[in-house]
Design a protein around this ligand. Structure first.
Ligand code: AMP
Ligand code: MG
Length: 209
């Protein structure tokens, strides 16, 4: 397959390819993601294969807005909502409980939770809206390699193996992965340090900025 290198003016083309079940690299505010629609198991399997990603490493699901997340997860606590309101759109991934079978096992790696985020880049949110459903968005690199922040890097690794890459300028990235948290009975647990420091998270939960 010939990879198409698209500009932000060609967002609809990228959305269309994703809807067809193709893999498309696109920017988030942190790094480039190699995305697929979260409901297409064949696309998800292809994503694991092409990234050489271990099968037990679950994927992060991107939603276009907090409202969409609240619609998908009707049992969210007020603490969950407070975190979302404070840090979304933005580089905070929140692990939420999910009913069995709601997401494909390729998304959750068989866990009873799913990691979700509303990305800070408005282009990414527009893309999700155009596709009309949530996207999985692991980093656009082979597992264990450095994440990509230029389309040249994506081309070096995935040229002619993915349908398209939506390219933007390098300054548009935080160049750090999202922070991953889970709220348990013990409070906030940071599962992965990332673009939002733990200190800032704790203050956010207390209602301070
Ligand atoms: P990447 O897609 O490379 O940014 O990696 C996503 C990270 O999210 C991996 O380290 C996963 O282990 C983690 N992750 C995804 N889903 C969950 C979950 N339900 N619970 C805990 N960690 C998760
Ligand atoms: Mg990664």
């Amino acid at each position: 397959m010939k990879t198409q290198y698209l500009t932000s003016k060609q967002l609809s083309k990228a959305a269309h390819l994703l809807q067809e079940g193709q893999l498309v690299a696109f920017p988030t505010e942190t790094i480039y993601a190699l995305g697929a629609v979260a409901s297409n198991r064949q696309a998800l399997r292809q994503l694991y294969e092409i990234k050489q990603r271990p099968k037990d490493k679950a994927l992060i699901v991107l939603f276009a807005s907090q409202d969409e997340v609240e619609n998908h997860f009707p049992t969210l606590t007020s603490k969950h909502k407070a975190l979302m309101t404070k840090f979304w759109p933005g580089p905070l991934t929140i692990v939420l409980p999910v009913s069995d079978g709601f997401f494909a096992s390729e998304v959750t790696a068989g866990k009873e939770t799913v990691a979700v985020r509303v990305p800070g880049n408005s282009l990414t949110r527009q893309l999700i809206r155009k596709v009309g459903e949530p996207l999985v968005a692991p980093s656009a690199n082979r597992s264990g390699q450095a994440p990509a922040t230029t389309c040249e890097e994506i081309k070096e690794v995935f040229d002619d193996q993915i349908a398209a890459a939506l390219c933007v300028s390098e300054e548009d990235f935080l160049k750090q992965a999202s922070t991953i948290v889970e709220l348990s009975s013990g409070g906030l647990e940071v599962l992965r340090e990332g673009a939002i420091p733990t200190e800032k998270l704790l203050k956010g939960l207390e209602g301070k900025s």
